[in-house]
Design a protein around this ligand. Structure first.
Ligand code: COA
Length: 264
């Protein structure tokens, strides 16, 4: 992240409040993943976001009857902090990625496939990058930068959204910088994320969607082993109040095993 661009409110040390009735409450800044890890270790549960006129803080609480052990993570840390197949490497997005994220999300074709299809403001980019570790720890999403392993350069982004823990379904989305397209990077990244999700989390269904005319993205999904399963009419918001159809793909752990055993 650029020097000096961290909002003081985001990195404020956590505050402990005891409002009574045996309830312990921690308010933790978004830029304080260490504080969040400590709260989780101490058996606190994340319950939401405290909105105030000049700041937003994560609210964590602990009740007397809560288990002493930390709650299991829906999205654990990556083994060795990254995933790699020797050609691409994936590592968590963080506050140092603001310039890269701005470049990627300024591209018209990336904006067109975003929800909603508008470029994020500078403030929104900063928040997404800064809050990425907190979202991962909270188990809501895992945002990953795709690196060219040979050079270490940032090539693209792939995100896993754990939107439906009760049904064990998550979704992926990805974008590449133009200079890195056509080299199989998006396919490799999707395969790495899928392998990790099925091996390290309780995700049972991994879905992804693409606009009907986005042949490149559909090809990526097919090459990564996903199967087309639905055509969702007017699924997503389009530009200027329009709606966009969505071709839905799904991957199951068993599909990957079948692929591996058939040598695919
Ligand atoms: C779609 C996108 C992620 C593909 O990334 P990529 O790294 O170039 O994809 P890969 O190199 O892994 O390509 C996988 C397959 O798709 C094909 N493909 C990729 N882009 C294509 C396109 N625009 N048209 C047709 N086929 C395409 C490749 O040829 C390859 O198939 P092949 O091995 O049979 O030749 C990239 O073009 C992009 O970032 N687009 C803008 C954002 C976007 O659409 N994101 C997806 C939102 S659903």
């Amino acid at each position: 992240m650029e020097q000096g661009s961290v909002d003081q409110n985001e990195t404020k040390p956590q505050r402990l409040i005891e409002p009574g009735q045996g309830r312990l409450e921690l308010l933790i800044g978004w830029g304080d993943p260490a504080g969040q890890r400590a709260a989780m270790e101490a058996g606190f549960t994340r319950e939401g976001v405290r909105r105030m006129p000049d700041e937003e803080l994560q609210v964590w609480s602990r009740l007397p009857g809560d288990p002493a052990e930390p709650a299991p993570r829906l999205l654990p840390d990556l083994p060795g902090s990254e995933l790699s197949d020797g050609v691409v490497s994936l590592r968590p997005l963080d506050e140092g990625d603001v310039a890269f994220y701005t470049e990627l999300h300024s591209l018209p074709e990336v904006v067109a496939t975003s929800v909603p299809p508008v470029p994020p403001s500078a403030e929104e980019v900063r928040r997404r990058c800064l809050r990425s570790p907190a979202n991962w720890l909270a188990g809501t999403r895992a945002d990953l930068v795709i690196l060219d392993t040979a050079t270490g350069e940032r090539a693209g982004e792939i995100d896993l959204y754990y939107q439906e823990p009760p049904t064990q379904q998550a979704m992926i989305g990805y974008s590449m910088l133009p200079a890195y397209r056509g080299r199989g990077f998006a396919t490799r990244a999707a395969q790495l994320v899928a392998l990790w999700a099925f091996a390290e989390t309780d995700i049972a269904r991994l879905i992804a969607g693409a606009a009907p005319e986005n042949i490149g993205s559909q090809r990526v999904l097919e090459k990564a082993g996903f199967r087309r399963e639905a055509f969702l009419r007017s699924r997503l918001p389009g530009p200027g109040g329009t709606r966009i159809d969505d071709v839905q793909y799904v991957l199951l752990a068993g599909d990957l095993l079948a692929q591996a055993s058939s040598g695919g």
